[in-house]
Design a binder for this molecule. Structure first.
Ligand code: F0G
Length: 480
């Protein structure tokens, strides 16, 4: 954002870009929406994008790219080995993160796979501020366990604690000292995705670093959303208001032994990478690249992606380009909160997160309130959000249901993609849904996959409540 003084006091934050390519959207009717969500087994992952009005499933792979990124994709050098675009990526990583060894991988979970292969052995643990679905799956598939130690405020959706992504450092010290030799690494996720897009403070990163030094355990930083985290540090953490995003990102990365990221988020729309300054880690990881990803100078991506990432990494710390979507998220959260709609506070990164456990207070956890609300939101608006609650957890090995700490509906704001009018529409439809929440009755499985069940699982609306909600919608608002 370009930040200037307002003539009426305070500041004005103005988007530091303009939009030159647009995509036409179509709003399906309420009855078309009912048919689509039922056809998708009430799982928004299984909707066709053509049946969606505002696609807010994720920011992954759908951010708006810049003119410079598109230009770089055209001039990328086609080469299996040693291509110029690879060296441009290495230079960008050095400049932005201050790390010398760079391993391109095809996306974030590929980085998680390789890290788990190198560091995790059966019986070992990874301690984290909070898990992400794929990061946890890879640690478990390697025979390890992920232990989460968020600060207690993180699980209270009404708390305004500014850094709910922080790790509980006293628990960290207890855990590392009681598990000596069994801690594969400590993992910090900068903007904790499943806690509602909440940032980690620099102070916390520094304290975690000190403990990792004390016990000689590597610190791995998931930097997939580091741009948003840096924006919040600048805004909320004492001592950082006058620092640039570039300085903040560099300082954050400087505390880590290894960083990895999904480049499908901030820096590009595809790809991923691992970076480190430690030659021994690089050497252990790089030998796995040709086995699982591709030759180390392309890592399973086309050179176009490498080129877009190289430019995107630098743009990720360009003040003019960062923050537009965060201001929209803040607007929606505040509008909903004013009207007492349960939403995660304070406004974070990634998206608006509805608290389905409070929104649908009448639904027990085994009827999947977050999945029900995600489906109901699509029905009431054509907005595709993502379930981030119990459906996103897999069952325990003995088949028991594992209830998520938080039952969230994540309404993601891809970077530079949606506008203020979209945000206003979203608020309007969520308010209507809140008034009609008694019509939402819960879901039951029709097909439940054994791992990462939220991706491909299918459910049905118990007693066919979708029809009643659609009827009320048509009565109050018409067909659209
Ligand atoms: N780490 C974080 C914090 C993520 O948010 C993601 C993906 C990954 C790792 C995995 O990266 O998708 O490139 O393999 N997040 C997406 C989302 C999928 O919708 O939040 P990937």
């Amino acid at each position: 954002m370009i930040v200037v003084r307002s003539s009426r006091g305070g500041v004005l934050k103005v988007d530091g870009f303009r939009i030159r390519v647009v995509e036409r959207l179509a709003l399906p009717s309420i009855w078309a929406r009912l048919k689509a969500i039922r056809g998708a087994g009430w799982n928004t992952f299984l909707l066709r994008a053509d049946d969606v009005f505002l696609d807010m499933l994720t920011d992954s792979g759908v951010n708006a790219m810049s003119d410079r990124q598109l230009a770089a994709m055209i001039t990328a050098q086609d080469a299996y080995a040693g291509g110029r675009s690879y060296y441009e990526l290495v230079d960008a990583v050095r400049e932005v993160f201050g790390m010398d060894y760079v391993l391109p991988v095809h996306q974030g979970r590929a980085a998680e796979h390789l890290l788990a292969k190198v560091f995790v052995r059966p019986g070992m643990v990874v301690i984290t501020n909070y898990h992400f679905t794929t990061s946890k799956a890879h640690v478990e598939l390697a025979g390890g366990e992920m232990i989460e130690i968020p600060v207690p405020q993180a699980l209270d959706t009404t708390s305004d604690y500014p850094f709910k992504g922080d790790m509980d450092v006293s628990r960290l010290e207890e855990l590392i000292s009681s598990m000596r030799g069994r801690v594969a690494y400590v993992r910090l996720e900068a903007v904790a995705n499943l806690l509602g897009g909440q940032p980690v403070s620099m102070k916390n990163i520094r304290l975690v670093r000190e403990l990792c030094d004390k016990f000689n355990v590597p610190l791995v930083l998931d930097a997939s959303m580091i741009d948003w985290n840096a924006y919040f540090i600048k805004e909320r953490e004492p001592g950082y208001a006058s620092k640039s995003l570039a300085e903040i990102v560099r300082e954050m990365a400087g505390y880590a032994d290894i960083i990895y990221m999904s480049a499908r988020k901030a820096p590009a729309v595809r790809g991923g990478l691992i970076a480190t300054n430690k030659r021994e880690y690089y050497e252990k990881l790089v030998v796995l690249l040709p086995v699982y990803e591709g030759f180390p100078s392309y890592g399973g991506m086309s050179v176009k992606e490498l080129a877009a990432m190289a430019v995107g990494l630098k743009e990720m710390v360009d003040e003019s380009l960062v923050g537009s979507e965060l201001e929209l998220i803040r607007y929606v959260v505040e509008e909903l909160d004013k009207r007492r709609v349960p939403v995660v506070r304070p406004p974070g990164g990634l998206g608006v997160h509805l608290d389905a456990a409070r929104f649908l207070e009448h639904l027990p956890r085994n009827l999947y309130p977050a999945a029900s609300l995600t489906g109901a939101l699509y029905l009431a608006s054509g907005v595709r959000a993502m379930e981030r609650g119990t459906m996103s957890m897999d069952r325990a090995r003995d088949g028991r249901e594992v209830y998520a700490d938080l039952e969230l509906v994540r309404i993601a704001f891809p970077r530079r993609t949606y506008t203020r009018s979209h945000a206003e529409y979203l608020v309007d439809r969520i308010l209507w849904l809140y008034e009609n929440r008694d019509a939402v009755k819960g879901l039951k499985w029709v097909y439940e996959p054994p791992v990462l069940r939220f991706f491909l699982g299918r459910l049905e609306d118990i007693g066919g409540w979708g029809e009643e909600l659609a009827r009320r919608y048509e009565r109050d608002l018409g067909e659209y």
